[in-house]
Design a protein around this ligand. Structure first.
Ligand code: PMP
Ligand code: GLN
Length: 391
């Protein structure tokens, strides 16, 4: 996609990582004036009272370094959130660390827990920062593919991916980009494998509150034998529609969280001092705030999925996340990347090709991801444009 640039000066740990597809496609949208249904960020901010709390924190002197593990009020609020929603008990002083978004939590977990040569089992299609994090830690990724049309976990494939070098399973549910929400049975299968082989599980649950049609998100840390081996990651970005704040967290047993903090303290040490008290306040807001967001997103999911289906596309309606996936073959394309590069020109819309999230590129070749976390008028205009181009 982007012109190849020399990487001769690059250390091996970053060689071949390229530019993230999200930056690349958002840049393409900016350059072409296309509607951006690529990168997953809402185009309306979250609740104004959360912004006010951050402004207030800035005005009242929360402008110097926050403590490395996070401000106590936020760590307490994260522990209270895990207890209230999932019955998970955490010591906010030892079992919670605040990070610069979920991205830093994932990177710090991999750097803190994976030794060179260790194998990391990861669901494919994978979120791109996982690949980078595993590579920077010197780990070896072992993908387990979620396949169209239903993108369920293949437990036999999971078992087959485990070797004596396996150190860690990196999970993501609700899953980006497929929208799969792992069921209790699927999670129980992962838990069984993890316990049997004494593996650590790092689970990225940033879309924990964005599930639809009554589908429930189950944190794997709640399954028997898992609390002591699981690092759970989330972020205020998706839960409250403030992706630019980059306030995330990792929770779990003290030793595992300690390993995350050991790496994190030398990546950023700390960030977002005035944002942290605002997120603490947000986590204490009534559940109605989360329910309203979820109901509204489900409605927008349906608008986008119905619109894409009416173009003749096979749409995989997601049970969670910001994203719907389609097979674009009915539009005469075999390759999602070629389709996404043509799309701004043909239709004035940007979307994300799945194939960049696979080792097994064939499994994702004809799949394209569309974000529905956008305003109604933006979705309507995008569908109108797609209808004119392909209808
Ligand atoms: N994990 C997944 C699955 C994501 O989709 C994203 C993008 N929001 C992130 C992690 C990164 O989260 P943050 O912006 O909090 O770093
Ligand atoms: N999580 C967002 C997505 O999947 C992108 C975040 C980023 O640009 N790194 O679209």
């Amino acid at each position: 996609m982007a012109p190849a640039r020399s990487e001769r000066a690059y250390a091996q740990r970053v060689r071949g990582l390229g530019t993230t597809i999200f930056a690349e496609m958002s840049d393409l949208a900016r350059r072409t004036g296309a509607i951006n249904l690529g990168q997953g960020f809402p185009d309306a901010d979250g609740p104004p009272e959360i912004v006010e709390a951050a402004v207030e924190a800035m005005r009242t002197g929360h402008n110097q370094y926050a403590p490395g593990p996070g401000v106590p009020a936020l760590r307490a609020a994260i522990a209270a959130h895990q207890a209230r929603h999932y019955g998970i008990g955490l010591d906010p002083d030892a079992e919670v660390v605040v990070t610069t978004g979920a991205t830093e939590a994932v990177a710090a977990a991999l750097l803190g827990l994976v030794d060179p040569g260790d194998e990391v089992v990861v669901l494919e299609p994978y979120y791109d920062s996982y690949v980078a994090g595993i590579q920077m830690a010197g780990g070896v990724r072992r993908p387990v593919t979620l396949r169209a049309p239903d993108f369920r976990l293949d437990v036999d494939a999971l078992r087959a991916a485990i070797t004596p070098r396996t150190r860690l399973v990196l999970l993501n549910s609700p899953h980006n980009p497929t929208g799969t929400v792992l069921t209790h049975d699927e999670l129980a299968a992962v838990a069984e494998v993890a316990v049997e082989h004494d593996l650590v599980v790092v689970t990225d649950e940033v879309y924990e509150h964005l599930t639809y049609d009554g589908v429930e998100h189950v944190p794997i840390a709640t399954l028997p034998g898992m609390a002591e081996r699981t690092v759970t990651i989330s972020s205020a970005g998706k839960t409250f529609s403030f992706t630019g704040w980059k306030v995330g967290w990792a929770t779990g047993p003290a030793e595992l969280v300690g390993a995350v903090l050991a790496a994190k303290q030398y990546l950023t040490f700390t960030s977002g001092a005035p944002l942290q008290p605002a997120v603490a306040m947000a986590l204490g807001l009534p559940d109605a705030v989360l329910v309203d967001l979820r109901v509204d997103l489900q409605r927008r999911r349906d608008v986008l999925c119905d619109g894409l289906a009416s173009l003749g596309l096979a749409v995989f309606v997601p049970a969670g996340t910001y994203f719907a996936t389609t097979d674009i073959s009915p539009l005469g394309y075999a390759d999602g990347t070629a389709f996404c590069l043509d799309l701004p020109v043909r239709a004035g819309v940007v979307a994300i090709p799945h194939q960049v999230f696979y080792d097994d590129a064939a499994a994702g070749r004809a799949l394209v991801r569309w974000a529905f976390c956008k305003r109604d008028d933006v979705l309507a205009e995008a569908l109108d444009r797609l209808g004119r181009a392909f209808g």
